[in-house]
Design a protein around this ligand. Structure first.
Ligand code: ZN
Length: 539
């Protein structure tokens, strides 16, 4: 089951935990042991084929499984680290690893182990021809739903959800088969066998699966530990609905089929964004790809699907957001650029209202402000809802939005966001963004203090350096922003010298509050700009 509420997370979790641990032990002893033994005598081999990413949604131990379809075989891909999240099913890849039986062990998902030959074509717009195969088992031929019920759930409710989400760009058509009894036992979990037998049975009963872009298998509860599973992307994409056809499960799996990963949340303790944060896999309470039971996909996800293009804010000013549910209205502004890959990370802003399929967002703190998410171009698996009301205890996560009159600041990015007002249909935000928010080149900017911690009347020496193309940049203007533990902000300017460094000395006073002080530095010279952050403590 997808853990959509705290109660649900607790359901059956002991069972899943035991199951997961047993599975892990088994998988570990099978793969690691063999691979290790094999490595002594084996050499790496290179295989070309089609990537398949299968996701299983579980209470505990949700997982992604990777396969390579090559020359009529299906190899399981085992990544030692960094399994690829920038690809979807259907991508043609060349992988390098060590093969043992049906398992190929790879060093990483990086370019040293996976070479992308062609990405999968996005297939996220227009009519989505879908075949729902109703499947039951030789040892459990029960029929938990009528064909009409399934027809209404998928081609009624879910299609309406997809259509509203995409502002009319995407919808479902298709068919529901009659009940098909397959030889597979309900006491095993084998998604591959279930799919193959279902397709065969559908064909025998007169349907032509090949005529549909998306295949859904709906079946009475079996031994699989997941509520739903799906390919991430793929054509046809395939989804498994285990005993439940609600929008919560079916729509979430359909989102995976379109190519989406989960919508996460980020919790940074006392602040909305800081240096010590934890993330939750399903934590986005405003998104069906997170915890929500019906809510819209967030703007990062919709942008990936080609359903909307958020307005990129590169100039400070006041912007109006219309109700997100019925208007493709969202903003994004640059947070940072990865110095190695050049991939950009963005802030996304939207105004949620409890209308349409967002009518389950019944907590005030979800809709009486502006929702802020982070997302990166580096991977589809980088969507994070930020909490603009940190540390609200039991309600944490239920009041993520930035309410009217409140501000959020990211000094390192040069971004400040203030919600000016919120009505039932709109919200206004005033944004301050770095004047050069899309720099053409990205120099390396660093900031450091001379000590990690200080007492009452010491002086904090803060040094910012700017390096470009391996050389120090003299004459760059540096803005320091120091946020005291009380939230008070000190700003100062300095210019880099011939060594590319600028120093600001902060004299602490006895009455300054103790705690952690955040330091942001933005350095600029002509088209060059960059930022960095650090912190220190006052005891
Ligand atoms: Zn999922």
């Amino acid at each position: 089951m997808i853990p959509h509420s705290k109660t649900l997370i607790r359901n059956d979790s002991v069972f899943f935990r035991v199951f997961s641990i047993l599975f892990l032990i088994l998988a570990f002893s099978l793969s690691t042991g063999n691979v290790f033994a094999q490595r002594i005598s084996s050499v790496e081999e290179e295989i070309e084929g089609e990537l398949e990413i299968l996701h299983e949604d579980r209470d505990v131990g949700s997982r992604y499984l990777y396969f390579l379809k090559a020359a009529g075989r299906r190899l399981s891909l085992n990544f030692a680290k960094d399994a690829p999240t920038h690809l979807t099913s259907g991508a043609r890849v060349r992988v390098r690893g060590i093969r043992t039986n049906g398992v190929l062990a790879l060093q990483s998902g990086g370019s040293d182990s996976v070479q992308v030959l062609s990405s999968a074509l996005p297939n996220t717009l227009g009519e989505q021809r879908t075949l729902v195969m109703l499947v039951n088992f030789a040892d459990n031929p029960s029929q938990p739903w009528s064909r009409d019920q399934v027809n209404q759930a998928i081609f009624g409710t879910m299609s309406a959800f997809i259509s509203e989400n995409s502002y009319g760009a995407t919808w479902l058509t298709g068919d529901v088969t009659s009940w098909l009894t397959i030889p597979l036992s309900s006491s095993v979990c084998d998604t591959g066998a279930l799919a193959a037998q279902a397709q065969q049975a559908a064909q025998a009963a007169g349907w032509a699966p090949a005529n549909y872009q998306r295949w859904i298998y709906a079946f009475p509860h079996n031994m699989c530990g997941f509520g739903g599973a799906s390919f991430v992307g793929g054509s046809p994409s395939q989804a498994w609905l285990n005993g439940e056809i609600s929008l919560r499960i079916a729509g979430h799996e359909f989102g995976h089929g379109l190519g989406l990963w989960h919508s996460h949340s980020m919790d940074c303790g006392d602040v909305s964004l800081g240096s010590t944060c934890t993330t939750q896999e399903y934590g986005d309470t405003l998104d069906l790809m997170g915890t929500a039971s019906t809510a819209h996909f967030n703007p990062f996800q919709k942008e990936r699907l080609g359903w909307m293009t958020p307005l990129t804010v590169t100039q400070s000013g006041t912007y109006i957001l219309d109700a997100y549910e019925f208007n493709a209205s969202a903003l994004k502004t640059l947070k940072s650029i990865d110095p190695t890959t050049g991939a950009r990370t963005w802030y996304y802003l939207e105004a949620r209202k409890p209308i349409g399929f967002d009518n389950t967002l019944t907590y005030q703190g979800m809709t009486n402000g502006v929702a802020i998410h982070l997302g990166s171009e580096s991977s589809g698996n980088t969507s994070y809802m930020l909490d603009m009301t940190p540390n609200s205890f039991a309600n944490d996560g239920l009041d993520p939005t930035l309410a009217a009159g409140y501000s959020f600041s990211d000094p390192a990015a040069g971004v400040t966001i203030t919600t000016d007002w919120v009505t039932a249909t709109q919200a206004a935000v005033t944004m301050t963004v770095s004047t050069n928010s899309t720099p053409s080149t990205s120099p390396t900017v660093k900031v450091a203090t001379d000590q990690p911690s200080y007492t009452g009347n010491q002086t904090v020496s803060i040094t910012t350096t700017m390096i470009s193309g391996g050389s120090p940049v003299p004459g760059a203007s540096v803005t320091f922003t120091i946020t005291k533990s009380s939230g008070a902000i000190i700003m100062a300017n300095a210019t880099t010298g011939s060594n590319g460094a600028a120093v600001y000395k902060l004299r602490l006073k006895k009455q300054d509050p103790v705690g952690t002080y955040q330091v942001g530095a933005v350095a600029k010279k002509d088209a060059l700009s960059g930022s960095a952050a650090t912190n220190f403590t006052v005891q």
